[in-house]
Design a protein around this ligand. Structure first.
Ligand code: OAD
Length: 308
């Protein structure tokens, strides 16, 4: 990267990039989401994201969704590192399995991002796929109600991809992206879920693959490693920071993170992903206010700010 030989980085990410933001991953024993679902009384952990199980009983997912809906967490240093790859003109695409919306929130533009397992930003009927207003679905779910499709009366769900469902159209862009990659960065994923996991095997064999994760996963579990494979094991924030320091980007990332986070303040409406962050960044809150809260209005160009 320092020699300018890398120009098309593909990032493949999973829940481990968001643990630094306080969101548990799925499979870490003890702390992972799948180890903490006892209260939902489901037959096996993954059932909560299984479309046939949802069809039978949507309530466990909807209870969990109240906690999963984006809005309570902020992007961390790892997200801003990836945004910096974009700002430096090096990011070909980021493929994320995450549904927390933190990639968008940190400013990675839509055209650089593939949310392979969907997001909460839109909603539709799980039976006939008729779109449903995402905000209305969220409000119903938050009140403990099941949003109902106006066309077929099926349960509506946010467009997060469940086991048994197709991946979004955009995911298939991988067929063009991965052969073009000149560096693959794999971050914070167990590479356990197909078809996503196999994407990492679709870069040319000479292309360096860098794994930043707590433990070896996928092809990095085999010995010997492929010649162009490298891994840095440990906490992702530490590894990414180390890499940023090697590249001489650390201060720039911190400045970007501070200015973006201050600009966004307590902005809590991730369903509005229309890129209003730029104008919010220009806002200076009143000097004597210690908490400001953004909220959306019916006019997508107007955000309301309350400061106390
Ligand atoms: P997992 O929970 O399976 O894997 C997260 C990986 O990140 C593990 O290898 C952790 O060790 C590692 N990790 C966590 N925190 C870390 C940290 N701070 N530093 C370094 N490594 C860390 O999550 P995913 O691979 O994202 O699918 O899971 C893939 C899919 O399985 C999810 O998208 C979801 C789930 O079922 C659906 O819901 C369809």
């Amino acid at each position: 990267m320092k020699l300018g030989r890398v120009r098309n980085i593909v990032v493949v990410a999973g829940a481990g990039i968001s643990t630094g933001s306080g969101i548990p991953d799925f499979r870490t024993p003890g702390t992972g989401l799948y180890a903490n679902l006892a209260k939902y009384d489901i037959p096996y952990p993954e059932a909560i994201f299984n479309i046939d199980y949802f069809s039978d009983n949507p309530h466990p997912f909807f209870s969990l969704a109240k906690e999963l809906y984006p809005g309570h967490h902020r992007p961390n240093y790892v997200h801003y590192f990836i945004r910096m790859l974009h700002q430096k003109g090096l990011l070909l695409r980021m493929y994320t399995q995450n549904i927390d919306g933190l990639e968008k929130l940190c400013g990675i533009p839509d055209d650089k991002l593939v949310e392979a397992h969907g997001s909460f930003a839109t909603a539709a009927c799980h039976l006939c796929y008729t779109p449903y207003p995402a905000e209305e679905a969220k409000q119903a779910i938050m009140k403990g109600n099941v949003p109902i499709c106006t066309f077929c009366a099926g349960a509506v769900k946010p467009n997060v991809v469940f086991f048994g469902e197709d991946l979004p159209e955009k995911y298939f862009q991988h067929a063009e992206d991965f052969p073009k990659a000149d560096l693959l960065m794999i971050m914070g994923t167990s590479l356990k879920i197909e078809p996503f996991a196999s994407l990492v095997n679709t870069v040319k064999s000479t292309v360096p693959r860098l794994l930043l994760n707590r433990d070896p996963v996928g092809p990095f579990e085999r010995r010997p490693l492929r010649r162009a494979d490298y891994m840095e094991l440990g906490d992702l924030s530490d590894s990414v920071r180390k890499l940023a320091e090697i590249l001489g980007w650390h201060t720039e990332i911190q400045d970007l993170m501070n200015s973006h986070e201050n600009g966004l303040r307590s902005y809590t409406d991730p369903s509005n992903s229309s890129g209003t962050a730029a104008s919010k960044q220009e806002f200076q809150p009143p000097q004597n206010s210690n908490k400001c809260l953004w909220s959306a209005t019916k006019n997508p160009n107007i955000l309301l700010l309350r400061c106390v």
